[in-house]
Design a protein. Structure first.
Length: 148
């Protein structure tokens, strides 16, 4: 009887640990896994764009994208309940890109033909104030930097 009790406890613990591991794996755009979206083709800009969402559940970043360079922009957080909205605007607030048009994909590749100063916003759509950090990661495509 004691053997069966140990077996039941071990089996239950295995199921809980397995479920936790699978749940972490499925949430791929966490802060810890953000760099995974760069792969071998992209190099991080080296800038740390991390901020807490403001009272409107939005974080705003200002950056410059240089002409002739292909970029990968990535939005990450540990917020599981709501999808991250990633939007890129020019300085006149003309929308350049929104991931809401692409099923809230956490990253997107952009090629700029001329240098553009931009506003990048990461937000979530909820009335509840979520004071959690979000991260914007920007990578340069290796081939556009002539590093190979």
């Amino acid at each position: 009887m004691q053997y069966n009790f140990v077996k039941i406890i071990f089996s239950g613990l295995f199921i809980v640990v397995s479920h936790f591991t699978i749940a972490q794996y499925n949430n791929e755009n966490t802060l810890m896994r953000c760099d995974d979206y760069l792969h071998d083709d992209y190099i991080s800009s080296g800038q740390d764009y991390t901020a807490n969402l403001n009272k409107n559940n939005k974080a705003v970043f200002h950056t410059t994208f240089y002409g002739g360079t292909q970029y990968r922009i990535i939005a990450c957080s540990n917020i599981e309940k709501y999808p991250l909205i990633l939007e890129v605007y020019d300085t006149e607030r003309n929308l350049i890109f929104s991931n809401s048009d692409h099923d809230y994909i956490p990253y997107w590749d952009l090629l700029f033909t001329s240098t553009v100063t931009s506003i990048v916003e990461i937000s979530i759509d909820t009335k509840q104030n979520i004071k959690k950090p979000v991260k914007l990661l920007i990578g340069f495509k290796r081939s556009s930097l002539n590093l190979d």
